[in-house]
Design a protein around this ligand. Structure first.
Ligand SMILES: [Zn+2]
Length: 256
């Protein structure tokens, strides 16, 4: 219609009318683009709101699932430090019991689970990270990914040099297994290894075992300092920012 009108005005050499026609076309295209942008913006804002709630659910879930393992790794790290300090003379001699054997076994275990945020993975793979409008949250999420990668790298590189006391010195142990309540899943039970007996004095009189424990402590320290603690702190930073954006107030403090 408009094209026919332009052709007619060109044919009639009515340049003023041609100019008006062109003006109508340009304004029409401009308004069309603006409406389309506005619609897209509205869709993005709605998607962002859903995403922030999904992210909050995922972060809470990761924090709850990893809580027990994080607590356990911190305990092992402290107990292992105490044990090495004791036999290197840094601390007064203590009475060694079966708990020390558990610390020796756990000194080679760093694993804290594959704690990814499904909503973040989905967003990345769809190439839609830009729908997160808050720059602070964007930065925080990028740092979370970075700290998780660092944790994976430091854990796997330390695992190469770690000594598995239970494997290399199994003659000093007798193992069993039993069910215990699963802290992450209330009402359910999970299997736990248990030491039926171990010869602590013989284990600690071995230079090989003492050396292995001292090296395991160094590696554990690296994993905690450069891997786990920065990741735990960043997970909490993301949670904190999400709470601010969604105006969520928790009655209890959700910190790992
Ligand atoms: Zn929260």
């Amino acid at each position: 219609m408009l094209l026919r009108s332009i052709s007619k005005h060109v044919k009639d050499q009515n340049w003023f009318a041609v100019g008006i026609d062109f003006f109508i076309v340009v304004v029409g295209v401009f308004v069309g683009i603006q409406v389309s942008n506005w619609n897209q913006l509205n869709i993005d804002r709605k998607d962002e709101s859903v995403l922030l709630h999904d992210l909050h659910t995922d972060v809470e879930s990761v924090q709850n699932l990893s809580k027990r393992l994080i607590k356990s790794r911190r305990n092992v790290f402290k107990d292992l430090g105490d044990l090495v300090d004791t036999f290197t003379g840094g601390k007064p001699v203590q009475v060694f019991d079966k708990e020390v054997c558990m610390t020796m076994l756990a000194s080679s275990i760093f694993y804290i689970g594959r704690a990814e945020l499904p909503s973040l993975i989905q967003l990345r793979s769809a190439g839609r990270m830009n729908i997160i409008g808050d720059k602070s949250l964007q930065k925080s999420l990028a740092k979370l990914t970075q700290t998780r990668e660092s944790l994976d790298i430091v854990s796997s590189s330390s695992s190469i040099y770690i000594t598995h006391i239970s494997k290399n010195h199994s003659q000093f142990f007798e193992f069993g297994s039993r069910f215990k309540p699963d802290v992450s899943n209330p009402g359910k039970m999970e299997r736990h290894p248990t030491i039926l007996s171990c010869n602590v004095e013989q284990l600690l009189s071995s230079v090989e075992v003492r050396n292995a424990l001292a090296i395991n402590l160094e590696l554990y320290d690296a994993v905690m300092r450069d891997g786990m603690e920065p990741w735990v702190a960043q997970l909490q930073a993301v949670h904190h920012r999400l709470d601010e954006l969604l105006q969520i107030q928790h009655t209890t403090k959700k910190v790992n």
